[in-house]
Design a binder for this molecule. Sequence first.
Ligand SMILES: *Cc1c(COP(=O)(O)O)cnc(C)c1O
Length: 424
Amino acid sequence: MSDLKLATNALHAGHDVTANGGTRAVPIYQTSSYVFNNSDHAANLFSLKELGFIYTRLNNPTNQILQDRLAAVEGGIGAVVFASGTAAISTGLLTLLKAGDHIVASSSLYGGTYNLLNVTLPRLGITTTFVDASNPDNFKDAVQDNTRAFFVESLGNPKLDVLDLEAIAAHSKAAEVPFIVDNTVATPALLNPIKHGANIVIHSLTKYIGGQGTSLGGAIIDAGTFNWANGKFPEFTEPSAGYHGLVYHDALGAASYTFKLILEGLRDFGGAMSPTNAFNIIQGLETLPVRIKQHSANALELAKWLEAQDEIAWVNYPGLESSKYKALADKYLPKGQSGIVTFGHKGGYDAAKKIADNTKLFSLLANIGDTKSLIIHPGSTTHQQLDEAQQASAGVSGDLIRLSVGIEDIEDLKADLLEAFKTI
Ligand SMILES: *Cc1c(COP(=O)(O)O)cnc(C)c1O
C-alpha cells in the first residue's frame, strides 16, 4: 500500500479487511496471548522459523496494523509501537547502545528526553554531548570515537527550532552512526525525516497522531537504511546470547533494528502498547492529514494576531515572516508548521503565569497536540527542574507561554486570550 499517498495510507495501510473478518474499522484484539496449533508450531514461532503472534508484550494484531500504517506514512520498512513516546525513546536507545557509548544530541529537546540523556543514561555509562543544533557543524565537531547516535527533534519542543535535517544527516553519515529524529511536533503529515536522511524516526503518538488527548503511545519507524555491519555495532553482527545465537544482521538484514526492538527491546524492557490504545491512536491517525491543516492554519493566524497586540513582547512560530526559522520552514515544512506557538507578554514571568491561569478555552495542562487548545508556562512547570542556562539552551525564557493551538474557531481563541490579557 505504500505507493499510495499519505492521506490514503493514513486510512487504509496495514488493514487487510478480508483477513480481519470483513471489518471496515480496525478491530481491537484485546488478548494477552495466542493459541499455538501444536508444540512444533510454538517452537517455530519462538525460533523465528515462522512469524506469528506469541504474546502481546511482543506484538498484537491491532498494534501490528498501527505499526504497518506508521511505517507507510513515514516511508519506513517497519515500525514498533510502545506504551508511550518516552518508552519508545528509552527502549530505542537502550536497544542500540551500551555502557561506554556516546550520543550527540540537539540541546533543544522535550524536557523528558533531555533528562533521560542528561541524568539517567549517564548512570548506565551512556553519555551525551548537547549541541546548538542551529549550526549543523556542531554535530560533526562533537563526534567522538565512541559516538553511536545523533538525536534531534525535527521541530523542537518548545523552542520551535526547525533543523536543517539534510546537513545534520550528512554529518551522521560521515560519522557512520544512525540519525534519530523525533518527529512528534511536525508529524508525518507535514514532514517525513526519512526523505531527508533520517535512519530512525520516533513519535510520541500521544500528541497529534492520537490527536484527541485520550491515549498514550509511542513509535519507532525504521528507515531500513543504516548499515549495522559497519563495525560499530557488534550486537548486530555477532551471535546474540539473548536470542540463542541469532546474528541479527545475517538473519534479518535491513530489518535488523526493527526485530531487535521487538525481540530484545519489548521482551526485556516490556513497554508494550495496549491494543485498546492502539485502536484509539488508529482513529486519530486516520484524520491526522485533515486535522493538522487546521492546527497549522489556526496557529499561523493566531501567531500573526499576537504579533499585532501591543502588550505582547515577542512571538515565535516558524511560519511567521519574522521567524529566524522561516527559510528552513519553507524548505522542510511547506505544507504547514503544526500547532505550537510560543510568546512572551511584556509583563514577564508573573504575567505569563497569570495568563495561563486565566484562559477558559485554552486548558492549563502539560500536553500538546490535542484537538482542544492547551496552554502552559514551561518556566514554572515542565522546565522548572532545569537551571537557567539549561532553560536558555532549551529555548525556555521566564516569560515564555506555550500554546498548543487546537481546531476551535479562531475568533473564539483570540477572544479567550484577550480576556486573559485583561487580568494583567
Ligand atoms: C510528549 C513528547 C515526548 C514524550 O512522549 P510521551 O508519550 O508523553 O511519553 C517525546 N518527544 C516529544 C517531542 C514530545 O512532545
